[in-house]
Design a protein around this ligand. Structure first.
Ligand SMILES: [Cu+2]
Length: 126
């Protein structure tokens, strides 16, 4: 299949439009109050949650939107094993992101149920 320069241009415009629509849909999915909320990205690799070596617990302010970003090549998930609010991401594909706004203070132990030992501890403070 060959592309003329004109069809290549159209394709590029379509892709840009789809990206804009996707971003708008993602923004609409979050509550209005979340628009100004702080965001903390926690990367997931094969097979661990990325955190500073000397930081056993990641401390977050209540209201923070946590982005669990799968930067590995395997599927992962973020599931609260122990915590004041239970949430489970479901399968996060490589390159995928799961967002969760933490609205209750306390200690959360978040695991990936696919990989035993894959865990991150969160402390949510006022
Ligand atoms: Cu995993």
């Amino acid at each position: 299949m060959t592309f003329t320069p004109a069809s290549t241009r159209r394709t590029a415009i379509r892709i840009a439009s789809a990206a804009a629509i996707g971003a708008a849909a993602a923004a609409a999915a979050l509550p209005a109050a979340a628009a100004t909320a702080p965001v903390k990205t926690i990367s997931m690799r094969d097979d661990f949650f990325v955190r500073a070596a000397n930081d056993a617990t990641i401390t977050l302010k209540k209201g923070t939107i946590v982005r669990f970003a799968n930067r590995g090549v395997e599927n992962h998930n973020a599931t609260v094993a122990i915590g004041p609010v239970k949430f489970r991401s479901g399968k996060i594909l490589p390159g995928g992101v799961y967002r969760k706004q933490v609205t209750k203070t306390g200690k959360y132990i978040v695991v990936c149920t696919i990989h035993p030992g894959m865990q991150v501890n969160l402390r949510v403070i006022k």
